[in-house]
Design a protein around this ligand. Sequence first.
Ligand SMILES: NC(=O)C1=CN([C@@H]2O[C@H](COP(=O)(O)OP(=O)(O)OC[C@H]3O[C@@H](n4cnc5c(N)ncnc54)[C@H](OP(=O)(O)O)[C@@H]3O)[C@@H](O)[C@H]2O)C=CC1
Ligand SMILES: O=C1CO[C@H](CO)[C@@H](O)[C@@H]1O
Length: 280
Amino acid sequence: MSTALDPTRALLHGASIPVLGLGTWPLADAEAAAAVRTAIESGYRLIDTAENYRNEVGVGQGIRDSGIDRSQVFIATKFNREWHSVEGVLQAYLASLERLGVDYLDLLMVHWPNPDQCRFADAVRGLDALLEEGAIRAIGVSNFKAWHLRQVLLETGVTPDVNQIQVSPYSTRDDLRRFNAEHGIATESWSPIGGSKAARLRTDPVIAGIAEKYGRSPVQVVLRWHLQLGLIVIPKSANPHRIAENAAIFDFALADDDLAAISALDRGDGHITDSDRSGN
Ligand SMILES: NC(=O)C1=CN([C@@H]2O[C@H](COP(=O)(O)OP(=O)(O)OC[C@H]3O[C@@H](n4cnc5c(N)ncnc54)[C@H](OP(=O)(O)O)[C@@H]3O)[C@@H](O)[C@H]2O)C=CC1
Ligand SMILES: O=C1CO[C@H](CO)[C@@H](O)[C@@H]1O
């Protein structure tokens, strides 16, 4: 997925996206502002937020506090279920712009398909309209399974640039990642280091053994595994040392047998199967 010229970015249909970003859930505004500023100073150029996280104001503040030019940061956000219509997506977009304090978004995503509403295809139509107007650089969905994507393709003819889904060594999502790849949709991994189970993944003997072999931390090894699988990765940390640690993953490469050993840890762990999620 990384471009030949720049291993830190991946190509989307009409744009490019940094392959490493900062996750910001569940940071409140002040914490988010501090973490975003630190992350940008540590070299991150992608920030992931959402209407649902209620921290877009803080994320925008952190970007401004860093002093970086807006054009150098890739801002990705998501909207809730109530906006699943062409007009609704425009409203959601304008509200996110206001909270973030910016005048365009790089990536806007449908947060969950919420198939009970039967409106996720309309949400994608709304995203496509914004893309056509040049208001966003790329369009995305999140937590979409293959059947949701098939329906979107069939009903709208629009192919999202990104599907953000839960992926980690304990939940490798091979079938859905293959489906995304076959349709030219980039996979972005949420909870890439295990989320609330990060400690379990960090102490996994296979990962710890590989980390020792490369002289890297277990988390760096896991993040590197995502990158070498062609995934975009958005680890969350609010700790300056861990934010920097998670960014230091572009100067080593895992051998194929180590990648395979990590992939073999898959246990279909904990990924949320209920895509009819209410609340966001
Ligand atoms: N689309 C969706 O539905 C979802 C999207 N997301 C997005 O994905 C992002 C990442 O997922 P998330 O669930 O946060 O899980 P992660 O896999 O990123 O894990 C985050 C946890 O790992 C800890 N951590 C981070 N770096 C290190 C390190 N180097 N060593 C040890 N511990 C570390 C963090 O603690 P600390 O801060 O103390 O370092 C935190 O407890 C979210 O922030 C959000 O942006 C998440 C869930 C659902
Ligand atoms: O992105 C997200 C972060 O975590 C939340 C709580 O589990 C989810 O609702 C959401 O999808």
